[in-house]
Write a protein that binds this ligand. Structure first.
Ligand code: NDP
Length: 322
């Protein structure tokens, strides 16, 4: 089968689009023929080696397709089922062997591309707003990169929770996209001082929680935007990893809470996974979240998708098709 993988970490020149043996079905797994693949920033981290893995590393953490075979004893899915999943690496390929408990049935009304565009970023927004800091009506959150793939979902999920949403993004066109996704206010953090603007928008109090996927560039000022005993949720590194810091800083800034969560730990059981995926796919079906698929690339063009995502030129979701 064709797959995209790296044997050495680095730039997009290290991506190899070549034949690999089809995956062997392990205990508890299902073999899925892939129809659509989600592109996520985490794929870049695995390509560059920021997130460690032993080469060869087949990239990709999200996809949708049809079950072809299941291992003995698997009960969650059957051959012929249309399924989607996230959090199991190896989706930049024509086939994947996936732990069956991670697979979610795609509702009949949804196509493969919509399902692949929803799982990772949608469930991330779900856990951030429902579990990490369960937003309540009357609370205010700050969402960085709010026109991005994950950012649009976080803004929408926060709005669904009844919170006021302040978003940041880099261009006026992206600001329009962020507003349409659910932001009440948008700050152009490339032109405006987002700390100053956030304080102004909250009457000097600060927000209850910051959802920060940008990392290095926004870290310091984000801490200054949070009200005493609020939370800093640092969940990504699009601009680079957050530098080392002293916990004492959290006390000085108002006894803040800090967490660095990841989706896997918030879909720890099948029940939790089905709860989050069920909500997210329903939001899409009911039109409470409008999918924005920026571009669909051929699997062979994964390098271009990585370049586009890293260059801040995209809004919403990028997909690959094998
Ligand atoms: P996005 O579609 O959000 O793309 C990244 C966006 O980040 C850009 O469009 C850009 O928006 C913004 N950005 C700011 N500074 C930079 C920079 N220096 N280089 C590149 N982009 C920058 O990507 P994803 O939705 O795939 O991922 C966003 C982040 O969320 C990643 O860090 C990812 O790892 C994290 N994430 C974490 C999860 C978790 O569970 N911990 C799960 C899912 C995602 P703008 O132009 O508006 O500034």
């Amino acid at each position: 089968m064709k797959a995209v993988f790296v044997t050495e970490f680095g730039g997009v020149d290290k991506l190899r689009y070549e034949d690999l043996p089809a995956p062997v079905l392990g205990d508890g797994q299902a073999l899925v023929r892939i129809h659509a693949i989600g592109v996520n920033f985490i794929d870049i981290y695995y390509r560059t080696g920021l997130y460690p893995a032993a080469p060869p590393v087949v990239l990709g953490m999200e996809a949708a397709g049809v079950v072809e075979k299941v291992a003995p004893g698997v009960t969650e899915v059957r051959p012929g089922d249309r399924v989607a999943w996230a959090m199991h690496r190896g989706t930049y390929a024509e086939y994947a062997a996936v732990p069956a408990w991670l697979l979610v049935q795609i509702p009949a009304e949804l196509d493969f591309q919509s399902a692949a565009a929803s799982m990772l970023q949608g469930m991330t927004a779900h856990y951030l707003t429902h579990s990490t800091w369960p937003l309540k009506p009357g609370e205010t959150c700050l969402v960085h990169a709010a026109a991005g793939g994950t950012g649009r979902w976080v803004a929408a999920a926060a709005r669904i929770r009844g919170a006021r949403v302040i978003g940041t993004t880099s261009t006026p066109e992206k600001a329009r996209i962020a507003r349409e996704a659910g932001c009440d206010e948008v700050i152009l953090y490339t032109e405006q001082d987002f700390e100053y603007e956030t304080k102004k928008l909250t009457g000097g109090r600060g927000v209850d929680v910051v959802y920060d996927s940008v990392g290095a560039d926004t870290w310091e000022k984000s801490l200054n935007c949070i009200r005493p005993r609020g939370m800093m949720v640092s969940f990504g590194n699009a601009s680079g990893p957050v530098p080392p810091f002293q916990p004492l800083v959290l006390s000085q800034k108002g006894s803040l809470f800090l967490t660095r969560p990841t989706l896997m730990h918030y879909c720890a059981t099948r029940d939790e996974l089905l709860w989050r995926a069920g909500d997210v796919l329903r939001w899409v079906l009911e039109g409470r979240f409008r999918l924005l698929i920026d571009k669909v690339y051929r699997l062979a063009d994964a390098a271009q998708a990585h370049l586009d995502l890293a260059s801040r030129r995209t809004a919403g979701k990028l997909l690959l098709v094998p």
